[in-house]
Design a protein around this ligand. Structure first.
Ligand code: MN
Length: 196
């Protein structure tokens, strides 16, 4: 079952017909965390069968369908990790500052998303606060953990806008990554004495 022919025949930037989904009711959550660790990257996480399938995207997502953003498959994360924002202590794994850069729901355009991932190509739609429309995760054949995250050319594509530059703030707290770092350190410091 595929909607490829339906999609190929329509220019969704010019019409208002539904883009169309195979899976109508199965909406799951997604999260993107900007993570200033030893190297800055964006952790792209899709809820699949009770966990967050996770990819580290060094340059972050791009709205340009021609920009293939490298995405390194990392270990599954628990669902509640997606709303984590704050500091991971320096010596711990992933030490650094984490900002929830985007969140929302996603819908698989493949009937069985886990199988699609195992086969190396997952097609999906995002309904986030920043990212919208169809996207693709495509595995590079040579290396098992190396993928591309690619924006599909629909009405949400944009060849000039740099979404990570234009929309840098947390969707949870409206803060920059530096503000999160400063606030967390202030909150943790035992400066305030009890009232008397
Ligand atoms: Mn990370």
């Amino acid at each position: 079952m595929s909607l490829d022919r339906y999609h190929k025949r329509r220019d969704f930037s010019k019409i208002k017909e539904p883009v169309g989904k195979i899976l109508k009711s199965k909406q799951s959550r997604f999260f993107i965390q900007k993570h200033a660790a030893s190297h800055l990257h964006y952790d792209f996480r899709l809820e699949i069968e009770g966990v967050l399938k996770s990819q580290a995207v060094p340059k972050g997502p791009s709205l340009d369908p021609k920009a293939k953003r490298l995405a390194i498959l990392v270990e599954d994360h628990p669902l509640d990790y997606g709303n984590f924002e704050g500091i991971i202590p320096k010596r711990q794994y992933g030490g650094g500052t984490v900002l929830v850069w985007d969140k929302g729901s996603w819908t698989s355009l493949d009937e069985k998303p886990l199988e699609a991932l195992q086969k190396g190509h997952l097609r999906f739609e995002l309904k986030g606060k920043k990212l919208l429309g169809r996207w693709d995760l495509i595995r590079l054949k040579k290396e098992k953990n190396s993928w591309f995250l690619v924006k599909y050319d629909d009405r949400f594509a944009n060849k000039t806008k740099d979404i990570t530059e234009d929309a840098p703030l947390s969707v949870l707290s409206d803060r920059t990554i530096d503000q999160i770092k400063e606030n967390t350190i202030l909150e943790a410091s035992p400066k305030k004495k009890s009232k008397h």
